[in-house]
Write a protein that binds this ligand. Structure first.
Ligand code: ADP
Ligand code: ZN
Length: 357
């Protein structure tokens, strides 16, 4: 078992990672949670796989565990499902000293985190991410949200967990496509901050070999995210670098109605596109795009996604990272080193046209 501490002023918390940790959750959480009631929020895919083991471990440490189940998938990340969770938590008699535990992927984490942040004006929150994407990305950093009709993640909060527990063994049941989706973010960390990680992934070449040392990979990714979040909790500067591949990734997700491509697939194509644009801007060396493409191919991820000029224009107008007409666009100086450039939206659209994207 390995621990990383996220040092936020007054709200430091541990990320604990180890195989079989699910069965030890109770003893690990007892010192950081005050109340007796632990409300486990999970989805109907994860519930039959892992909820009983978690509940047993919590009981063993003297908690009362309740399980609330939501339907799987992004369509549950809504104000309506959030309101149902509030009512169910109130019916359970939750008090200020009790806690909410997210057991599942990013959808469960974002939704139940927002419920934890708001029920009774905030109860303790714990993340037990069970997808690769949630383990390396969404469970760390304290962003919780639901989607609105107007767009994804538009209503939310910054709300840090009391602890993040990751059991890499839970990844064994993850469908291949979900695994690939998480790998896109892992590759992103290599691109923005860690050449050695990038090379190691190229050497591994696939799921089986990654799984043989997945703990190390999870910790490396979480450590990078930890450093960035510690320096920029509220997402005003440095945290922007985590957005590599995401500005255009969001265009692709949106262009296909969030159905054809999952987040990781869209980000994969967004990263190669960003490498190409970085070269046009004179920042990214020529060969970088090809290297990223080769790695994405090894992991079964797309290297490009077709979109029209009006998809780019519409999505870039909505980009949360835009500030007036300016967009902070993340480019690579080399593999392992990212920086942002501020671009007028019109200029970015010109470059996209020039690159033939
Ligand atoms: P994210 O990719 O943001 O983490 P979700 O929360 O939607 O997204 O999870 C992706 C899918 O994987 C969901 O259908 C969820 O039920 C399922 N899932 C999550 N964890 C596991 C797991 N460990 N084994 C099998 N399926 C899982
Ligand atoms: Zn992402």
């Amino acid at each position: 078992m390995k621990t990383l501490t996220v040092n936020l002023p007054g709200r430091a918390y541990d990320i604990v990672c180890g195989r079989g940790l699910l069965d030890r959750a109770g003893e690990l959480l007892r010192p950081v949670l005050r109340g007796d009631l632990a409300v486990i929020v999970t989805d109907s895919n994860v519930e039959p796989l892992y909820a009983a083991r978690l509940a047993r471990s919590l009981h063993g440490a003297g908690f009362r565990a309740a399980i609330l189940e939501i339907p799987p998938g992004e369509q549950s990340k809504t104000p309506e499902v959030l309101a149902e969770l509030w009512e169910q938590m109130a019916d359970l008699g939750i008090t200020r000293s009790d806690s909410v535990i997210a057991l599942g992927g990013g959808v469960v984490g974002d939704l139940s985190g927002f419920a934890a942040a708001t029920i009774l004006r905030g109860v303790s929150f714990v993340q037990i991410p069970t997808t690769l994407l949630a383990q390396v990305d969404s469970s760390v950093g304290g962003k919780v949200a639901v989607d609105l009709e107007a767009g994804k993640n538009l209503a939310g909060a910054f709300y840090q967990p009391k602890m993040v527990l990751m059991d890499p063994d839970t990844l064994k049941t993850l469908p291949d496509r979900e695994f690939r989706c998480g790998m896109a973010e892992v590759i992103k960390y290599g691109c923005i901050r860690d050449r050695a990680l990038f090379d190691r992934l190229a050497e591994d070449g696939g799921r089986e070999r990654v799984m043989a040392h997945v703990e190390e990979i999870l910790l490396r990714c979480c450590d990078i995210k930890r450093q960035v979040v510690e320096q920029d909790e509220m997402d005003t500067g440095l945290r922007m670098l985590l957005n590599f591949g995401h500005t255009l990734g969001h265009v692709y997700e949106r262009a296909y109605g969030y159905e054809r491509y999952n987040h990781g697939e869209a980000v994969a194509a967004g990263m190669t596109a960003a490498a190409g644009l970085g070269t046009l801007l004179g920042v990214t060396p020529e060969g970088v795009r090809g290297e990223i493409e080769a790695l994405l191919r090894q992991y079964g991820l797309p290297t490009s996604i077709a979109a029209g000029q009006k998809d780019y224009a519409a999505a870039l107008t909505k980009d949360k990272k835009s500030d007036g007409g300016q967009i902070s666009f993340v480019v690579l100086r080399e593999i392992g080193r990212a920086e942002t450039v501020k671009l007028e939206k019109a200029k970015l659209l010109d470059l996209i046209r020039e690159a033939g994207l």
